[in-house]
Design a protein around this ligand. Structure first.
Ligand SMILES: Cc1ncc(C[n+]2csc(CCOP(=O)(O)OP(=O)(O)O)c2C)c(N)n1
Length: 321
């Protein structure tokens, strides 16, 4: 049996933990916390099997579980701050997975992250490692400079789809093609979240956005760009994967892929990139759990998950280039 521990004033009331629990241990409160949100209550404590799904899906690091004498904890590579993201936005989950990978590899003291312009513009506040801000679309150029100047550092960029696949597309293609030894965390939520839900290069055909209220018309806007498939054609990238964070099992896969991408950099191989399908409940106009369902139903068929270049097949050693 497990024990669910909820830091209620950290919660933004998204309810994803309640939805994810296979044993229906949790239910939303009828009172609000100090921030004005409903929060989960442990309604059926005896039914907890310690699966930790609630911990995995919580974007606010507000839930921990004690099971068999072990208690989950927030990663050291994440600062103890409440994040500004909208309720249910999965940027918070992805931050935690990146921080967990940094902790697991013991690289926090020599890691530098590069934050983008987009909803994650304040990522530099949240990661407990050195961070640098880049202007819109230029995160990989900044990361390249840091890595070339200090090859001993582990350098990652954290970018949205507008940042990476629109204004930053040239940086993306050329950084990957040069095989810069950096790790890219690419958060694809199929929309420009920060600026009000405009169409992104990744918006799905027919998907409604604030600049295409009748849905993306591919005759006018073309088809959404599949970044991982595009980069796969280049010779140099070492590791390319697409994962999702819409449910606990997908999050476990995402955690593995993010760690593998960092491991590549630790091993000194080339460019690694993980595309992470992410939700934007506010921009999509959906409840957080509906947004997770929408992602599974609409995004995954267009953006298939998996490793597109893996360590066994894809590594081009320095000497071969
Ligand atoms: C040079 C420049 N052009 C445009 C903008 C406006 N702008 C800010 S964020 C953004 C897109 C953000 O979308 P995305 O990268 O997908 O990240 P999200 O907010 O969805 O996480 C845009 C167009 C800007 N800040 N600077």
């Amino acid at each position: 049996m497990g024990t669910v521990l909820i830091e209620k004033d950290r919660c933004k009331g998204c309810g994803l933990c309640v939805q994810a629990c296979p044993s229906h241990v949790l239910a939303m409160s009828h009172e609000i916390n100090t921030r004005g949100y409903f929060f989960p209550l442990v309604e059926h404590p005896d039914d907890c099997n310690g699966c930790r799904y609630c911990v995995l899906v919580c974007p606010d690091v507000a839930v921990q579980v004690e099971h068999k004498g072990k208690t989950t904890a927030a990663p050291e590579a994440l600062n103890d701050l409440s994040m500004h993201y909208c309720p249910g936005c999965t940027h918070g989950v992805i931050h935690r997975l990146v921080a967990e990978a940094i902790d697991a590899l013991g690289i926090r003291e020599r890691t530098v992250g590069v934050a983008p312009v987009g909803c994650s513009v304040l990522a530099y506040e949240y990661f407990n490692c050195d961070m640098h801000e880049a202007s819109h679309g230029r995160a990989m150029a900044v990361a390249t400079g840091i890595k070339r100047g200090r090859p001993d550092l582990i350098v990652f960029s954290y970018q949205g789809d507008g940042d990476l696949a629109s204004i930053g597309m040239a940086e993306t293609i050329h950084t990957a093609n040069r095989g810069e030894k950096i790790t890219v965390i690419f958060v694809n939520n199929a929309i420009y979240g920060m600026t009000g839900g405009q169409m992104a290069p990744t918006t799905l055909p027919g998907q409604v956005a604030s600049t295409c209220p009748l849905g993306r018309d591919v005759a006018l806007a073309g088809y959404p760009i599949r970044i991982v498939e595009l980069l796969k054609e280049l010779r140099t990238p070492a590791y390319l994967a697409r994962v999702s964070v819409h449910d606990p099992k997908a999050i476990i896969q995402a955690r593995k892929a993010i760690k593998t991408a960092f491991q590549h950099q630790v091993a000194g191989t080339c460019f690694s990139l993980v595309e992470i399908l992410s939700t934007c409940p506010t921009g999509w106009g959906l409840m957080p759990y509906e947004a997770c369902g929408w992602l599974a139903e609409h995004m995954i068929p267009y953006y298939p998950l998996g490793e597109f270049k893996n360590p066994e097949q894809g590594v081009v050693k320095e000497t071969e280039r």
